[in-house]
Design a protein around this ligand. Structure first.
Ligand code: ADP
Length: 562
């Protein structure tokens, strides 16, 4: 996280905005990386959904129930008051006198007011006006009674009707109940009672608010519980993942702590047993490998002394072969050649055992790779001539000195050029040297038989040869490329190969300019592509050309070093 200087508050909104913009990415990252985050998020979303549905459903059910019970209550209340008033009217004997009618009507008004719990009552005469005039008790705005309700009441003498209304402009909820009153000898009246439901609405609001608070608290509680439960599972899983990674990276001594007897403890025990077994087997293999390395090294060393004696004797016999009969002379010649091969093999074996023992030291000195390549090719001129191959050097770069062990790089080049000559079928061989900011490289391209695709991955294996029975004229222990790759890696560089059967091969050795190692592409393209055909090379201007004697031009400048 970036730090903010205390005195420079102007940076703050900027960072905040950047952080906000990074949120979606952070959440996606967390979702993919953290099992705990994912499980808690899913638990919270699902439980929030479930609680939302449950709370809404409960709130609606309570609302319905509360309204229904209050409605029944007010209907009963209005009914009771109306019946009492009707009884008063039925028992009255007014004999049609106005004063009597008014007095009885006054009594009805009192009865209605006393018997009902509503303080808003109104009556309307149905038909002609009479001595019993319409009245309205309380703060009753009779315009809230809808025309529909009035018509229903007017039409049906025995039925009670009701309607939900807003009692005032502020929308106080209420119910208006209407019914008919029959005044014998006078006529029918509509009587309406208005009831205030604000109290019930308040109760409902309180209940709903409580439900929502409980719902939110439940979601938080579920989240906290999920976090704690998950922690008890994911912490050991995280530990196991970390320990496995350490084991995989070679730290064979790591083990998982085993607590209790549950499934996680069983996992820990199995993991530890596996780690024990791996450690034991690797140790056994390492011991065995050490014994083998020592054996190869010891045998190679032990063989050197007798081999030197044999070599001297073979050379002596070979030198005097003219004195022998032809069969013995041939045997002396063969003996000398095979002893030479034996010496090369022994030298390679000793080198390989030095790699295995990790006792190889580079002797670095600033060296020009281009000049080294020219040097090696010059030395191999004779062999190239014998095979009828022309070796060209194309060196656009690689002259400036780079730290390397020239003895080893020379050996790599000798091996690559030697292989190219041996497998190049007498066609030209092109050695390219080039460099870039990070590396210097040399590519050895031949147009010979090439290597089959299935063999390509084995060319750097020890003792591997495409055709072990093939006639061998140049060393040929099968260790050459293995040693070359070892030398290249020791420099922090690489040795790579491209090859097509019939089109030839291209080996590229890349060495880093600096001790930091290779960190970019090689200056020489491994796949030679269209420009890498034999025809395209016919047009190149070689900087050095080593040709077989019979093709060598008389003019010396064509073979000069640039
Ligand atoms: P060797 O001593 O046999 O040359 P190397 O390790 O140098 O051993 O090479 C291993 C094998 O790789 C060779 O035997 C040969 O089959 C194959 N190989 C190497 N270079 C080439 C090449 N330029 N063209 C074709 N095959 C090659």
């Amino acid at each position: 996280m970036s730090s903010v200087r205390g005195d420079d508050a102007a940076y703050r909104p900027l960072i905040w905005r950047r952080n906000v913009r990074a949120w979606p990415d952070n959440v996606v990252h967390l979702w993919r990386r953290s099992l705990r985050f994912r499980t808690i998020a899913v638990t919270l979303v699902l439980s929030t959904l479930a609680i939302l549905i449950a709370v809404t459903w409960t709130a609606l059910a309570i609302q319905d129930d509360l309204f229904a019970s209050r409605r029944d209550e007010v209907l009963l209340d209005a009914q009771r008051a109306t019946i009492d008033a009707q009884t008063t009217l039925d028992s009255a004997d007014t004999q049609g006198e106005s004063s009597q009618i008014q007095s009885v009507w006054g009594g009805v008004r009192t009865t209605l007011y006393q018997q009902s719990s509503s303080d808003m009552i109104a009556t309307f005469r149905i038909g002609e006006p009479s001595a019993a005039v319409d009245f309205s008790i309380g703060d009753f705005d009779t315009s809230i009674i809808s025309e529909g309700l009035r018509q229903s009441v007017q039409a049906d003498a025995g039925q009670q009707w009701w309607q939900s209304v807003a009692l005032d402009a502020s929308g106080t909820p209420g119910i208006v109940v209407g019914q008919q009153l029959i005044f014998p000898q006078v006529g029918a009246f509509e009587v309406y009672f208005a009831y205030d439901l604000a109290g019930a609405s308040q109760t409902l609001g309180f209940v709903q608010a409580t439900l929502w608070v409980v719902g939110v608290a439940l979601v938080v509680l579920i989240g906290v519980i999920a976090w704690f439960v998950l922690r008890s599972v994911t912490t050991p899983i995280g530990e196991a993942a970390l320990t496995s990674a350490k084991l995989a990276s070679g730290d064979l001594a790591v083990r998982l702590p085993v607590r209790g007897e549950d499934e996680l403890a069983t996992l820990g025990q199995s993991f530890n047993a596996m780690a024990d077994s791996i450690e034991k087997q690797i140790k056994e293999l390492a011991d065995l490998s050490l014994v083998q390395q020592r054996f190869v090294s010891d045998v190679s060393h032990e063989l050197r002394t007798p081999l030197t004696t044999i070599r001297l004797a073979a050379d002596m016999l070979n030198d005097r072969r003219e004195e022998f009969d032809p069969a013995t002379a041939r045997a002396a010649e063969l003996l000398s050649a095979q002893v030479e091969r034996f010496e090369v093999l022994l030298g390679d074996l000793l080198e390989i055992s030095r790699y295995d023992a990790g006792s190889v030291q580079l002797e670095l000195e600033p060296t020009s790779l281009a000049q080294l390549a020219e040097d090696v090719i010059g030395q191999m001129e004779q062999v190239a001539e014998q095979h009828g191959s022309e070796v060209r050097v194309v060196a656009p770069g690689g002259y400036s000195p780079v730290d390397m062990d020239p003895r080893r790089v020379r050996r790599i080049l000798r091996n690559l050029v030697g292989n190219a000559i041996e497998h190049g079928e007498g066609k030209p061989i092109v050695v390219t040297v080039d460099s870039n900011q990070n590396a210097v490289a040399v590519g050895v391209r031949d147009f010979g038989m090439g290597i089959r695709e299935e063999h390509l991955e084995h060319v750097f294996d020890r003792f591997w040869r495409a055709d072990p029975s093939r006639k061998r004229t140049l060393g040929g222990t099968g260790l050459g490329l293995a040693i070359s790759l070892g030398d290249a890696r020791l420099h922090g560089g690489d040795l790579t190969v491209w090859s097509r059967p019939g089109a030839g091969s291209h080996f590229v050795l890349t060495l880093p300019r600096h001790a930091a190692g290779l960190n970019g592409p090689s200056p020489i393209r491994l796949d030679p592509g269209e420009e890498g055909t034999l025809e395209s090379f016919e047009h190149t201007q070689p900087i050095v050309t080593v040709r077989p004697a019979e093709h060598r031009p008389d003019a010396p400048e064509e073979g000069g070093v640039a």
